[in-house]
Design a protein around this ligand. Sequence first.
Ligand code: G6Q
Length: 544
Amino acid sequence: MANTLALTQRPAWKALGEHYRNIRDLHLRTLFAEDPRRGERFAAEAAGLYLDYSKHRVTAETMNLLFELARQSGLRERIDAMFAGEKINLTENRAVLHVALRAPRGSTIMVDGENVVPKVHEVLDRMAEFSHAVRGGSWQGHTGKRIRNVINVGIGGSDLGPVMAYEALRHYADPNLTVRFVSNVDGTDFAVATAGLDPAETLFIISSKTFTTLETMTNARTARQWTLDALHDEGAVARHFVAVSTNAAEVAKFGIDTRNMFGFWDWVGGRYSMDSAIGLSTMIAVGPDHFQAMLSGFHAIDEHFRTAPFERNLPVIMGLLAVWYNDFFGAQTVGIFPYDQYLKRFPAYLQQLTMESNGKHVTLDGRQVDYQTGPIFWGEPGTNGQHSFYQLIHQGTKLIPADFIAFCRTLNPLGRHHDLLTANVLAQAEALAFGKTPEQVKAEGTPERLVPHRVCEGNRPSSIIMADQLTPEVLGKLVALYEHSVFTQGCVWSIDSFDQWGVELGKVLALRIIPELESGAEPQLNHDSSTNLLIRRYRERRKG
Ligand code: G6Q
């Protein structure tokens, strides 16, 4: 692994600090006026994805310094190390190989002396066989009824990817199947997801890498009870439950036949697992061919990321821009605004991908960072957001770099809708960049006292990512783009983007309180005075 200087000691970092002071007040209006070809110059394309980053507060020099920073951060070596199966997740001593999940049959990626690609395809083949059986009706429920409902039970990385992909690819999904998701330990989630469904027609996919997660195991047990209450036969579990996990022993202990288990490996992180067996619900919904197309989309961007020079490398450019605003402009957040209703869960998915990966406060060698790491990601689809929080982006006091995602063709052509949608996304990016000057506001006949209120300063940066159409392949490309952008950022910040010790902590914290809530006898409470009081109040009042 590359041995690099501490981030703030890298010459390019220092140069960027200096450069920032020179250009921070430069307006996008000036940058565009000075260079009529700026739109072409600050754009890059890969595998059919077009990235326009001209509306960012950067000059050619900024970009050169950022690319230099990537080099001085050892990005090239880190990319090679990831693809070579090196254990770059240092704190867990694991390889990081989501790229192997979409490697074409016949390719070679070695982990601990073993080529993992054949194992990946073996599981994909079993998933395809099972998906065909469910979709075609040859996999039946215990009473011989056809499976019409598929419920994925999982949380975090075992939920957010499948939910996002199902919503994104609904257009391609089998309309005869109802696909739902249960994640929250709040019983409401289970109750709502199963409302109106016939247990005899319902298949549960219990998705958990560890198969020990409290929420998922609780929901899985409830699902088993729900099934048995209706079907009255333990034997029904075999037809109504399959598991996706790395932990065969726990799967067997739960009572699921391990022949109905689809495996993956410790080198697949939860938030990087939607294209592993964790994607089984996606595959059943859209069919193996569309799933395969999604994997080829991922792979196309993997290859682009691995081989393209940084100057034309989309994930590298996106990652470096995130660093630029986060560390030099002090921006705290990034807005993700897909102009496609099918991508409504994409921002939530990216929240986990980005914030769990780069929400870290120490470097790989355990030193406290003295710079900002991962920004907050958030967002909603357009145009809805325009009628609510965009106001703050246009005229508030916070700098919020935005990613707009747009498509040239819609999957639902209806009159003028798509042109109107596209006009809006282009207009927003334009308005954020150029704003409205006092002169323009006055020329509209605005009364003097209202002029300051109606001025939009502009100089709000954004990217536009434009693709032809939301296909399974394009979805794979979009996700891979962000995965590798996150990797680029983590590399510059010298952090471990692949562990999640904060999440692990959360998994054990509640364990102490559960018996204190459930025990019949008054428990001995040794928490702080606030927690003790809340526990007592809950115990007293829960019976209503
Ligand atoms: C992902 C995280 C976390 C994880 C869930 C579910 O990177 O580690 O979101 O996916 O906690 O874990 P299991 O799949 O083990 O149930």
